[in-house]
Design a protein around this ligand. Structure first.
Ligand SMILES: *Cc1c(COP(=O)(O)O)cnc(C)c1O
Length: 397
C-alpha cells in the first residue's frame, strides 16, 4: 500500500490546477508587461486571477499581491508592518513561539535591527488566546502576527477574536494562513485580518506561488526590487502559469470546504482514536480545534526519524517535526512550545491526510505505526530504562 500522509509539507497538484496552467505555458506565454496580444492576454488572465483570489478571501482585487509563496508573503507582510511602525516610533512586535520559520527568522532579523519581539507562549493544547494577545499589546506595538493553523500540530487559532482585539487597539494584524487557506473558511473582513499569507502548494496548486493580502491603505515595502510588476510592490515577471494554477486550486478548495471537512474529520478522529491506544503515546494539540487532516503524536522511548524511515518501508510517507528542521538535531520548536520535554518531542510523528484517504488506509496506518513503535521500543535502550523504572515515564500509559 502507498499512502501519502504528508500533505502539510506539500500536496500533489490537482488536475484542475494543471489544466489551468497549461494554456499559459503553451499558448498564452507572453510577458504580461508586453503590449502585443499574447502579452495582454496574459495580463488579462492575471487580473482575472486576482479578482478570483480576492473573492475566495472576501477582499478586493486591489488588496492582492502575488508572491513566490508563503515564505515571501510572510517576509513582506512583517517587514512592511515593521517599516510602517518604525516611521511612527513603534518598534514592538507580538508573535508566538510556534510560528513557521518564515515568520520567526524574519522577526529575528528585525530584533537585530532594534525591534523588540514578544513571543507569546502557546498553551499545552496548541492554542494562543485573544486574552494573551490583548495583555501583550503596548502603545508601541506595531504588529501582531499569529498563524492561522499550525503546520506541525494542526491546531487552529481563534483568529477572528485575535483580529478583533488588534482592531480595537489599533494594531496591525497579520496571519500566516498557509495551512488554513483552502482547508478552513477564511473571511478577512469578518475576521479583522489586515494581512494574510497563503501558498499554492499546500492546497494542490503548484510550488512557487503564493499570495499576500494587505488591507487597503497598508503600504507594502518591497522585498524584491526591479520592475513595476504588482503595482511596483513585487518586482519580477509574474509567474502566470503558476498563478493560474493556484487560482483554480484555491477556487476548487474553497468551493468544497464543507465537503472536505465532512469527509476528512471522521477519518482524522478515527486515526487519533487508533493511535491513542498505543501505550505511552499522546496527541499533540487540541483534539477538536484542528485542521480536518492533521494529526501529530508523540511516542515515548523512540526517535521520530527512525519511525519515519520504517513507515516509509511500509509505503507510508509521513513527517516528524517540520520538513525545514529535519536534518537538525534539535527537536521541533513547536512541540517544545506546547511544553513537550525534549525526550518526548524527539519521538513525534505528523500525519497530514489527503482528501482521498480511505478508512482501510487509516486502519493500515494505525497498525503500521503500532508495529513500528513496538519494534523500535524493543531495540531501544531508552525504552529499557523506562520499563525498568530507571527513568520515569513522562507520558501516561
Ligand atoms: C509551508 C508553509 C510556509 C512556507 O510556504 P512556502 O510556499 O513553502 O514558502 C509558511 N508557513 C506555513 C505555516 C507553512 O506551512
Amino acid at each position: 500500500m502507498n499512502i501519502y500522509a504528508d500533505n502539510a509539507a506539500t500536496t500533489k497538484m490537482s488536475s484542475i490546477a494543471i489544466g489551468a496552467m497549461l494554456p499559459y505555458m503553451e499558448e498564452i506565454f507572453g510577458n504580461p508587461s508586453s503590449l502585443y496580444s499574447i502579452g495582454q492576454q496574459a495580463k488579462e488572465a492575471l487580473e482575472d486571477a486576482r479578482e478570483r483570489v480576492a473573492k475566495c478571501l472576501g477582499c478586493s482585487f486591489k488588496e492582492i499581491t502575488f508572491t513566490s509563496g508563503g515564505s515571501e508573503a510572510d517576509n513582506q507582510a512583517i517587514i512592511s508592518a515593521a517599516r510602517m511602525g518604525e516611521r511612527k516610533g513603534k518598534k514592538h512586535i507580538i508573535s508566538t513561539a510556534f510560528e513557521h520559520h518564515a515568520v520567526l527568522h524574519t522577526l529575528n532579523k528585525l530584533e537585530k535591527e532594534g525591534f523588540e519581539i514578544t513571543l507569546l507562549d502557546v498553551h499545552a493544547n496548541g492554542i494562543v488566546t485573544p486574552e494573551q494577545v490583548a495583555e501583550a499589546i503596548r502603545p508601541d506595538t506595531c504588529l501582531v502576527t499569529v498563524m492561522y493553523a499550525n503546520n506541525e500540530i494542526g491546531t487552529i487559532q481563534p483568529i477572528g477574536e485575535i483580529g478583533r482585539v488588534c482592531r480595537d487597539k489599533g494594531v496591525l494584524f497579520h496571519t500566516d494562513a498557509v495551512q488554513a487557506a483552502g482547508h478552513v473558511p477564511i473571511d478577512v473582513v469578518a475576521q479583522n485580518i489586515d494581512m494574510l499569507s497563503l501558498s499554492a502548494h499546500k492546497f494542490h496548486g503548484p510550488k512557487g506561488a503564493g499570495v499576500l493580502y494587505a488591507r487597503r491603505g497598508i503600504p507594502l515595502t518591497n522585498i524584491i526590487e526591479g520592475g513595476a510588476q504588482e503595482r511596483g510592490k513585487r518586482a519580477g515577471t509574474e509567474n502566470v502559469p503558476a498563478i493560474m494554477g493556484m487560482t483554480a486550486a484555491l477556487e476548487a478548495a474553497c468551493g468544497n470546504l464543507e465537503g472536505y471537512a465532512a469527509r476528512l474529520t471522521p477519518l482524522r478522529d478515527k486515526l487519533i482514536a487508533g493511535l491513542r491506544t498505543i501505550p505511552y503515546s499522546a496527541l499533540n494539540g487540541d483534539p477538536e480545534q484542528r485542521l480536518p487532516g492533521t494529526v501529530n503524536f508523540c511516542f515515548e522511548g523512540i526517535e521520530g526519524e527512525s519511525l519515519l524511515l520504517l513507515l516509509d518501508d511500509k509505503g507510508i510517507s509521513a513527517s516528524s517535526g517540520s520538513a525545514c528542521t529535519s536534518g537538525s538535531l534539535d527537536p521541533s520548536h513547536v512541540l517544545l512550545a506546547i511544553g513537550r520535554p525534549h525526550e518526548v518531542a524527539h519521538g513525534s510523528l505528523r500525519l497530514s491526510l489527503g482528501e482521498d484517504i480511505t478508512e482501510e488506509q487509516i486502519d493500515y496506518i494505525i497498525e503500521s505505526v503500532r508495529e513500528v513503535v513496538t519494534y523500535l521500543r524493543s531495540i531501544s535502550p531508552l525504552w529499557k530504562d523506562l520499563v525498568s523504572g530507571k527513568t520515569p515515564h513522562i507520558l501516561s500509559e
